[in-house]
Design a protein around this ligand. Sequence first.
Ligand code: ANZ
Length: 815
Amino acid sequence: MAEKYNPRTIEQKWQQRWEADELYVARDDDPRPKYYLLTMLPYTSGDLHFGHYYPMGPSDTLARWKTMNGYNVLFPMGFDAFGLPAENAAIQRGIHPREWTYANIERMRGQLKRMGAMFDWTREVVTCDPEFYRWNQWFFLKMFERGLAYRAMAPANWCPQDKTVLANEQVIDGRCERCGTEVIRRELEQWFFRITDYADELLDHSGIDWPQPVITMQRNWIGRSEGVEVSFGLDAPVGGEDEIRVFTTRIDTIYGATFMVLAPEHRLVAGLTTPDRQQEVRAYIEQSSKQTEIERLSADREKTGVFIGSHCRNRLTGEDIPIYIGDYVLSSYGTGAVMGVPAHDARDFAFAKKYGLAIPVVVAPPGWDGEPLKEAYTGPGTMVNSGSFDGLPSEEGKQKIAEHIEAQGWGKSTVSYRLRDWLISRQRSWGTPIPMIYCETDGIVAVPEEDLPVILPDDAEFKPTGESPLARHEGFLRVDCPKCGRPARRETDTMDTFMDSNWYFMRYVDPHNPERPFARDKAEMWMPVDQYTGGAEHAVMHLLYARFFTKVVRDMGLIGFGEPFKRLFNQGQILGPDGQRMSKSRGNVVSPDKEVERWGADCFRAHLMFMGPWDQGGPFNTAGLAGIWRWMNRAWGVVLEEPGYGDADDGSTKELRHQTHATIKAVSEDIERFGFNTMLARLMEFTTFLIHLRDSGKPVDYPAWLEARDSLILLIAPSLPHLSEELWERTGHSYSVHQRSWPQYDAALAATEEVTLVVQVNGKVRERIQVPAGIAEAEARDLALNSPRIKEGLDGAEVARVVYVPGRLVNVVTK
Ligand code: ANZ
């Protein structure tokens, strides 16, 4: 009797050996074709949880499988270490965020190593390390030089009590999370990246293999709209302007515009508000400044507004229409002004009803009876009440009116994007300092490249004082102007942490380069990433920003490609046993450490993979763990306890070889399409088959058994890395199973053999059917009796008996 399977000793043993032997270190000079497999790096929250285990087991399986298939695989790991939670934890505990973060990294690195994944730890990247963030600063300088980083006014969440800017997460129900004061929106000078320059290129996803929902979300986020910018006239100029410009995608409806709505922040509002409307208008503006953009855009919210006392002229009809302000119009989209066409836009319809405005129809719905509309008609139709354009189909009217407006000089066809430039300033202290200096004489001055990195001070005060800790740190703040040498002041804002995730995967290819973010030849060798795996929640921000940044880096001449991730896969989300998102407050958090301790990492990983298709996620259950555990023990047993060898009969050896090759084929195909659950099911079936054969007591062919046994070990190597290594050693093979080639199948052996079954009725041949060799009798009888030619041959006669000669003949005898 062989020794029992004991994950505790073998997992630790192999992890130490792999590390000592540098088995998973990816070499730049390896001649095999490269394969860069990337899984999203964890945030340093302190504990490795399910949300990390669920994505990483399968991606490790892929990495190992690719290695066994002859690739030089890069499978790196790092830590996303800047950001608000560290700062909050530091404030709570009265320690520096660095201390908290690095302690967490220690702990999480240990947990990751216990997982037994083939991460190349020599390439670890920690984003809060000056050796990493100095390159954030360097990239920032390069972007500043190219006009891609700029400073401008932008609205921010402002707490009037604490006199500070708050991140969205710090605003709870419209109030400051610290002092409870109502938060207002305030315009502040902040830094931006000009992502809008790349809007059109970002809409192009050709050449990358990404899930369609992610592509769609990016397209919607960028939100490209073709339309017309058209002006409405003002009687008297306001602040030097004598017209209001609107952006519309429905210029065909302009004859039906009966009011104008400006965003409350629109620059003409003050000048156009008449004295009698002042008070109401001011109150409305104040109230809307407290709304977030999301609230303002939500479709089910009532559209409100106030009349500001002035009118403007619809130049096509020659009529004057009233001007309102309304918070559903955003200052940041189009021109910040909308022509209200109540008959053809649902929001405008509701608005007109509410304020008693006319609703003239200008695009007649098919079969329209001329009656007033009950709701907005937004589809195409025939132009009516539209002067010389009457009678045209509205799509044609769009063209014609646009041409007319351009000819009159009232406007032009244009494209609008929802995408805004990326606001990267954070008034926070645990992030990459923005490397800029403000000088009274020279204005905004970039920190010279040789002075990088601008280091975050170790001793900044983190107590909540209502101001950025960096702004209060004299040693950090005071600096001499690099141009004139006179005293100047540093920028105290830090960068959005999405800057880190923009390019961390580029740093992995050359993680210790002290002179550059990475060397070009290494970048060319490893990148782009062949396969990226991660959560679908990153569809826009991270995955869009990283694409943008890659294009910027390409345009800087540092790399020769513009798409960072060739293939993307979104795994599903793992839920608590109750089917809810795991969270401490719900009390449904399952600790992976406990399970790993009890069952071993292999078993735990396999269980997560066996739960269902990887892209679906679902509730976690511990019940299934025991099933995986049993299978692993059975596999252990069947590998180590041999059958009786001898002269096996032809049929059983053939079947053994067929099962072996069919399993290799199925498992290979399953991994290829990320079907890890079905892959494991196949391996379980194969294990059962081998156990039955061994225990049948019949002699088993020695070479065929060895082939089957070794194939089983190789096939479980990617998913059960420790168990397979141990079995490989115990069966007398040389270390390491993870450097072996993936078994190849013989197509002829893998194919299910077919035989021709002759079917007779009363001894006369009526039909021949192809069936799998080894078909069971019942199945063969059913097939024969249900075949149309036999039914015909029987011609209603009652069947007395059926004679079956296995694999050859079915004879149906009638009464
Ligand atoms: C008149 C009109 C008539 C419109 C009609 C629609 C239907 P997309 O497709 O998303 O680009 N709009 C323009 N600027 C706006 C702003 N700053 N805030 C809120 N809404 C704004 O949407 C374009 C349409 O959204 C524009 O076309 C405009 O309303 C509105 F029957 O103009 B439309």
